[in-house]
Write a protein that binds this ligand. Sequence first.
Ligand code: FAD
Length: 277
Amino acid sequence: MTHLKQPISFEFFPPKTEAGKEKLKGVGERLAAVDPHFFSVTYGAGGSTQQGTLETLQTLRATGIDTAPHLSCIGATRDELRELLKSYKENNIKRLVALRGDLPSGMGMGGELRYANELVEFIREEFGQDFTLEVAAYPETHPQAPSFEADLQNFVRKCQAGADSAITQYFFNADAYFYFMDRVRAAGVDIPVIPGIMPITNYTKLARFSDACGAEIPRYIRKQLEAFGDDTASIQAFGEDVIARLCQQLLDGGAPGIHFYTLNQAEASLNILNKLR
Ligand code: FAD
């Protein structure tokens, strides 16, 4: 098994079924074997609850790998966030992925903190350096941002509020990341920005999700995946090849690590890692 010199991390979501919970243990153990820097567990995405995030976190922690919950501020009061953060501190959680999050459409903004920079400020004010804070970055621009420049300034603000490191939304075009990084560095931000990598295993789901989160699927990838239809073996082989090339390009170009959106599967991420130098 490949061990990269750059740190890797793996993201999970809280499984909804008993079978999914059972499977998670094995997936966590397989991914723990490549000695990742940390695991992270989403919160709120797809309707997951705080309890679900915490349970998933406990399961993954049993592998011995440092595990970070995602925390979103949208729709929450300061008191609720304070209580949750206290309980994380009591549970010896040292790392958080701090986000604004999204409310279901039509529910407006809600909550007392409007943006992730305010959440980062709040955590630093109330908990000092108790947590290592990861934030989200968007090399292809957040879908609600009015422009690349505005989004970049908002990212810079979030870093200046006290983020330690960032993880990007997934993308398939390495130049988008390199351009973003040049601009981030020129703006005086020097924290690591880890590319978030989405293995390709299912075209329909990928297309739907990419539209929603603003990730562009290049035409040559789209065309190939469309042509494979239900041939999952070909989708997987092509997907692993394309994503391994992307990872290699990113690492060779100076990316400080890789964060895999595992979708609670070990196979694709491990196969991609095995293809890397
Ligand atoms: P922000 O940084 O607050 O940005 C949101 C938008 O507001 C952007 O358009 C930005 O340009 C703008 N903005 C930011 N600050 C300001 C400001 N001060 N004034 C005006 N405009 C501003 N979602 C979940 O629900 N659960 C998860 O677990 C989850 N995990 C994620 C993990 C990663 C690594 C990534 C990249 C995304 C994740 N998401 C998750 C999705 C994320 O919640 C959405 O993309 C959300 O819309 C934005 O969250 P953010 O923290 O990036 O927001």
